[in-house]
Design a protein around this ligand. Structure first.
Ligand code: HEM
Length: 104
């Protein structure tokens, strides 16, 4: 649960040859990992294109600091946190409505 990037170095301080790369633990030899990375990239890019994602605000309108706190378990989800997700513009709103219309 700590930010310790040196954990990926070997004991003599060299870069690990990928053995401890988290991608190895997540995907192993999964042949679709490249599609999964591409899909993730596309999803995040689409969300950032249309939404302004910021920390939430308290009752006085001041931004609330987001703490990186996670549930424990095999799938490690963030605990609920306050945030603000709003369309970036009227044009973005139109794209979101159009997309929701395609899904719903
Ligand atoms: C985030 C998405 C995915 C994750 C985390 C994931 C993870 C994994 C893992 C851990 C393995 C076992 C690898 C090993 O034994 O070393 C695996 C195998 C495999 N995955 Fe995925 N996978 C994902 C998406 C997909 C998708 C979308 C497909 C197909 C459309 C797919 C097809 C396969 C196949 C065919 C294998 C067996 C490979 C073999 O034994 O030769 N995976 N995957």
């Amino acid at each position: 649960m700590k930010f310790l990037p040196e954990r990926f170095l070997t004991t003599d301080g060299k870069e690990d040859e990928g053995v401890r790369d988290p991608a190895t633990a997540v995907f192993g030899i999964c042949p679709e990992r490249f599609a999964a990375y591409a899909q993730l990239w596309i999803s995040v890019a689409c969300l950032l294109m249309v939404f302004d994602i910021k920390p939430g605000v308290d009752k006085d309108g001041r931004p609330v600091a987001v703490e990186a706190v996670f549930e424990s378990g095999i799938m490690c989800h963030p605990k609920p946190f306050n945030c603000s997700i709003k369309p970036r513009s009227e044009a973005a709103k139109a794209i979101i409505k159009q997309t929701v219309g395609l899904i719903g």
